[in-house]
Design a protein around this ligand. Structure first.
Ligand code: ADP
Ligand code: MG
Length: 309
């Protein structure tokens, strides 16, 4: 008698699937001067961001971290000396380092050991790099204010240890599925020596104080050819020159995420990564549970229509 009723109940739309991203996909950063989307694919590459305080570095970091947070194939390892810039992602992060240099050193040493382990795997399989089919999580290490750890706190020996470990992670991490995204407001040669800078496949120079500091980020000679981040108007926050490996710098404006949007994305990403278990869910309506669909009165139909034909 209620065949139609049953069919309708069985073909109800499935619960909505939570959309997720992948760290192997391009990451949207903003638009260029022609309003064309600008994205970067960070797998096998690293990203360096530099510029004056207030130029837009932390916001750009948040764009990248938001994509990584929504990518369940990526682990987040975060270092933020202020704790508040990357703080909204803390619950999602595998590691979160605040203003503690020993903790930062231990975390880098752990990452270095993971890189060694991954190279053992690659070596045993006679392969050169991690592929997505390996099902190993990509690890994204994000550092907001590199100079805090490499040049500000602790003793000289500790800072050198930090810098040495970071150099190794940046140099050997790429093929092992480790991405480094680092920001600094001190684009000077002691913080970003050329040998370290050149290991970053993407470099984004926000407003810099001088043309030489712009060149320290982008590379020697770009400022004299007109690609000079010191000419960016200080009021133009979020504008920068993005240099991708082998290309010419591209002037762009980063997309902007408000604090509310960052919180909402972080909450959504938390659900994606740790779906609520049955124990977390509210108990089902006992009437719904106990009754066989055949015995359901017609008014229980989804649309509230009498479909019991
Ligand atoms: N892409 C952007 N578009 C619009 N405003 C931005 C953008 N990026 C940053 N801002 C503004 O500039 C302020 C400073 O940005 P922030 O990312 O904290 O700079 P930094 O980390 O370089 O000191 C932000 O609070 C925001 O008001
Ligand atoms: Mg900042």
């Amino acid at each position: 008698m209620c065949a139609f009723h049953l069919t309708r109940r069985r073909t109800m739309a499935p619960p909505p699937r939570l959309d997720r991203l992948s760290i192997w996909d391009p990451i949207h950063l903003g638009v260029d001067e022609y309003a064309t989307d600008v994205a970067c694919t960070l797998i096998y590459r690293h990203l360096l961001l530099a510029g004056e305080p207030g130029a837009g570095k932390s916001n750009a970091l948040n764009l990248v971290v938001a994509h990584a947070a929504l990518s369940t194939d990526c682990e987040l390892w975060l270092m933020d000396s202020k704790r508040v810039e990357l703080g909204p992602w803390r619950e999602l992060a595998e590691r979160f380092v605040g203003p503690n240099l020993d903790h930062a050193i231990d975390t880098l040493a752990e990452l270095q050991a993971e890189i060694d382990h991954r190279y053992d795997l690659l070596d045993s399989g006679r392969r050169r790099k991690i592929e997505s089919a390996d099902q190993l999580p990509v690890i994204m290490l994000v550092i907001d204010e590199l100079a805090y750890y490499s040049a500000t706190i602790g003793e000289k020996r500790q800072r050198e240890t930090f810098a040495m470990l970071l150099r190794d992670v940046v140099a050997r991490g790429r093929a092992a599925g480790i991405i480094v995204v680092a920001a600094t407001q001190r684009p000077s040669s002691d913080i970003i020596p050329t040998s370290l800078r050149d290991l970053f496949g993407y470099r984004l120079a926000f407003r810099c104080t001088t043309d030489s500091s712009s060149d320290i980020v982008l590379g020697h000679g770009w400022a004299s050819r007109g690609y000079d981040a010191s000419t960016i108007d200080p009021a133009e926050r979020g504008i920068g020159w993005l240099l991708a490996e082998g290309g010419i710098p591209r002037r762009m404006r980063c997309a902007y995420l408000t604090d509310q949007q960052v919180s909402a994305i972080a909450a959504y990403a938390l659900q994606l990564r740790y779906p609520p278990t049955q124990a977390d869910e509210p108990p089902e309506d006992p009437h719904e549970q106990d009754q066989h669909p055949d015995h359901l009165p017609a008014e229980h139909d989804q649309d509230g229509e009498d479909t019991d034909v």
